[in-house]
Each structure stands twice: as C-alpha cells, then as structure tokens.
Design a protein around this ligand. Structure first.
Ligand code: GLU
Length: 414
C-alpha cells in the first residue's frame, strides 16, 4: 500500500486513536474529525500591471467550544482546502497542549508572495480580511502569521479590520509590529519554544546541549532563530538548509554569518558552491534533527537511515505516520509538531492578552511565561507517553484534544 502522505487523513487517524484512548465514543470523533466551519473565498486583486487577478483563500475553524479559534494565515502556492483543514485541527491540539483558552483555526491563500510586489501583497492581505470578515474577529477567530506571512502583513490586516470595525482592534490579529500592539518576543517565539523542548528532550536522553550536533532543515522564521539559539547555547549546528539546498560542516557552521546573508524568505544556500541536497541533510550524522521546513520530509523511505537520537518537529507535519512508527521502533525520541511548535501560538496568546488589558510586558516576562508553558507541556506529554507506553505523537494528541472534547461535552454538543 502506498504511504499515506495526506496530512488531513493521517491527522484524523491519530485524533480517532487519541479519543478512543481517552474513552470517548464515536460521536465525539464525528464532531472533531473536521472543522466546524470552512469558508472559501475569492479575492480580486488589482495587480501592478493593471489587470485583476482573482485569488482563492480559505479560513477553517476547527472547534470553538473552548473559546475563539486561533491560528495563522499562510500565503503559499501549495495551499489547499485539505491542508487548511488539517492545520486548523493541529491548532486545536497546540492550544490544548499549552493550555490556551482557544480552539484551532487556520487560513491560507493560494499565491506566491515571492513573485508579488509589496503593493500587491498589501491589496491581497486587505482583500483577505474583507472576504473573511464575517467569521473572524477578536472574540471569534484571531489570525496570525504563518508560512510567508509576517508582521507587515499582520499590520495591513489589522488596519483593514479596524477600518471596517470603525475601532482600533489590535486584538483582531497577533504577530503585529511592536508599535501596533505586538508582543515582545513574538517573532522569536516558535524558535524559543523549540529550543525549550530540545533542552527537555536532551535531558531525558542524557545529552548535553554543549556537546550536541544539530541539523536543522529550513532557515525561515523558526529554523534561522533556532540555529542562532542553539549555537548561542554552545551546540554545534552542523547542517542547515533552505528550499534550494543544504550546507554541512562537521565542525559547525558560522550561524551569525549565515543569518546576515539570508534573505527575507530564508534563502541563503544559493550563495555557496559546496551544497548538499535536503535529502542528504536529513541523513547526516548528528544527535538532534530538526525538520523546520515543510511536510512529509521523514518518510518510510528514509526513516531507517536517520542518525539522530532525537527528532524535534519544528515544521507542521514533517513526518509521515509510517516514519513515526519506524522512528519509534528504532528508539528515537520524536517530539511532535503540535508540541514542539506551540511556542508561536503561546506568545500570540500573550499578545492578545496584552492587547485586551492594554498593559504590556517586558521580553523577560514573556519569555518566563513561555518557558513555564512549554516545560509543563513537554512534561505532560512525556508522562502520558511513558506511563501509557505510547508514542509521543499519540500522547500529544491525547493531551491536546482532551480540553476541546470536554468543553464540547459540557456544552451539550455531544
Ligand atoms: N502559525 C503559527 C502556528 O502554526 C502561529 C499561530 C498563532 O500564533 O496563532 O502555530
């Protein structure tokens, strides 16, 4: 049978198992196996050449029993309805794992921002907000950055919403520039969260970060900051990559230099001659492997050849279910995406809280609160995994889905 590379159906499978383990019957699965709401929109945008191009966008709201839905908006050519649905379900799990008062949401627009001017991006961002305005809002569904969207895009979206609302609404969206009510520490939050879970996982495996060799796939927001944090902690970052190739140095790469040369989409390897492929990168000799790029990177085909003893998923969905099984059988500690990458939405929640109260915290306060959330989350998932003798992904899904299931039951939905 061909390997299941479909994120949506493999997510459903794990949710089903997690609910069964928690003692819920089929009706709870029926409720949670798909988003409650899925909006597809068409967004006309006047392009710089004077022609109108109509883009397709989505917003999925998985479940709002716990509170408003929350999750990023991605701008990418591969966005699809199924992907957005799966990603909204993961946001429910992330919010459950770090115990935030949210359900999961996610949005996306099929486009290639690398080929668009700033003006076109602004018009598309504003158009997306107008098109989805009926179902989003600071107490309904709160967007945030995701793949190829950033603080500037959040600023345009917030401005558009505020104009429609005739009210300044910083709590409409998170990941904003600091001057518009963004939170200190939000830009680095995903990488910060990944760093914390790497430290926790390393402790469990008696690995000293200072002696560790780390390979990071992807040099975007998560991957690049993570490389910096890891090298600041004294680890050797021996491999990094972007969409075009990978760099390897067994003695450790000069991360500050690479960060300096990277462009805003995370491209850096095109400046070098001696590159290796992304495929080779994943199989390098190292202690900790961090896929921080795209889906379906660790598969049944290469999982046998992974050398790391810890794999931490900073990207969403980098490991297939077959590969998860193989890595577990091989005794590799796999920290799943819904736990490892929950730092971003955690600090987004802090941003929203600060917007709502109108009082802003220092970066130290934000980081301290993030550390507490992530350590607790790791501990909870690790304890469920070891005490029940199940893999970390299933354990994370159990911890993640529990709150939404309970809230749905209290509300009498199931
Ligand atoms: N897009 C990020 C994620 O997938 C952040 C979501 C948020 O901050 O709401 O977790």
């Amino acid at each position: 049978m061909a390997e299941n590379l479909n994120l949506f159906t493999s997510t459903q499978e794990v949710i089903k198992k997690a609910l069964q383990k928690l003692g819920y019957d089929e009706s709870m699965y029926e409720l949670l196996k798909e988003p409650l709401r899925m909006l597809e929109v068409r967004i006309p945008v006047k392009m710089d050449n004077g022609q109108v191009k109509v883009f397709t966008g989505y917003r999925a709201q998985h479940n709002d029993a716990v509170g408003p839905t929350k999750g990023g908006v991605r701008f990418h050519p591969n966005v699809s309805e199924e992907e957005v649905k799966a990603l909204s379900m993961w946001m429910t799990l992330k919010a459950g794992i770090v115990d935030l008062p949210y359900g999961g949401g996610k949005g996306g627009v099929i486009c290639d921002p690398r080929q668009m001017s700033m003006g076109e991006l602004e018009r598309l961002s504003r158009g997306y907000v107008r098109a989805t305005s009926q179902i989003v809002g600071p107490t309904k569904d709160i967007p945030a950055p995701d793949v190829f969207t950033n603080a500037q895009i959040m600023a345009w979206m917030m401005d558009e919403y505020s104009r429609m609302d005739e009210f300044n609404s910083p709590g409409f969206i998170t990941g904003k520039p600091i001057v518009l009510g963004g939170s200190l520490g939000r830009d680095k939050a995903t990488a910060q969260g990944v760093t914390i879970v790497i430290e926790e996982a390393a402790k469990r495996r008696n690995i000293d970060i200072k002696d560790a060799r780390i390979v990071i796939q992807g040099f975007g927001n998560a991957g690049s900051f993570l490389a910096k944090f890891m090298s600041d902690l004294g680890a050797k970052v021996v491999g990094i990559s972007d969409a075009y190739g990978a760099l390897y140095d067994p003695e450790g790469l000069d991360i500050d230099y690479l960060l300096d040369r990277r462009d805003s989409f995370g491209t850096v390897t095109t400046l070098f001659e001696n590159t290796i492929s992304n495929k080779e990168l994943l199989e390098l000799e190292c202690d900790i492997l961090v896929p921080a790029a795209i889906e379906n990177q660790l598969t049944a085909e290469n999982a046998h050849r992974i050398k790391a003893s810890i794999v931490v998923e900073a990207a969403n969905g980098p490991t297939t279910s077959e590969a998860t099984k193989i890595l577990n059988e091989r005794g590799i500690l796999l920290v799943p995406d819904v736990l490892a990458s929950a730092g971003g939405v955690t600090v987004s929640y802090f941003e929203w809280v600060q917007n709502n109260q109108g009082y802003y915290w220092t970066e130290e306060e934000v980081n301290e609160k993030l550390l507490k959330k992530m350590v607790e989350a790791f501990d909870n998932v690790y304890t469920v995994a070891t005490s029940r003798n199940i893999d970390m992904r299933l354990a994370a899904y159990m911890v993640g889905v529990r709150k939404t299931a309970e809230a749905s039951r209290f509300r009498g939905w199931v």
